[in-house]
Design a protein around this ligand. Structure first.
Ligand SMILES: [Zn+2]
Length: 60
C-alpha cells in the first residue's frame, strides 16, 4: 500500500463539516481519504476532529 496513491473524494478541507449534516460514511474514518487517525481540538465548546492526512474537519 502506497500512501501517495490514496484517492481523495474531493471534500473541501477548508470547510468545517458537521457530523449532523455529514455522518461518517465509515464510522471513525475520514470521509475524504479513509484515514483513521485524527487530531482533536475544541473550539467554541464544539469538538473538532481533523484528519491527520488530508486535513478534513468535522465537528462532532
Ligand atoms: Zn482525510
Amino acid at each position: 500500500m502506497n500512501e501517495d496513491t490514496k484517492e481523495y473524494k474531493g471534500f473541501d478541507t477548508s470547510i468545517l463539516y458537521t457530523y449532523k449534516d455529514l455522518p461518517d460514511i465509515q464510522s471513525g474514518r475520514c470521509d475524504n481519504c479513509g484515514n483513521a487517525q485524527f487530531k482533536s481540538s475544541v473550539k467554541n465548546f464544539t469538538f473538532i476532529r481533523e484528519c491527520r492526512q488530508c486535513g478534513m474537519k468535522k465537528s462532532i
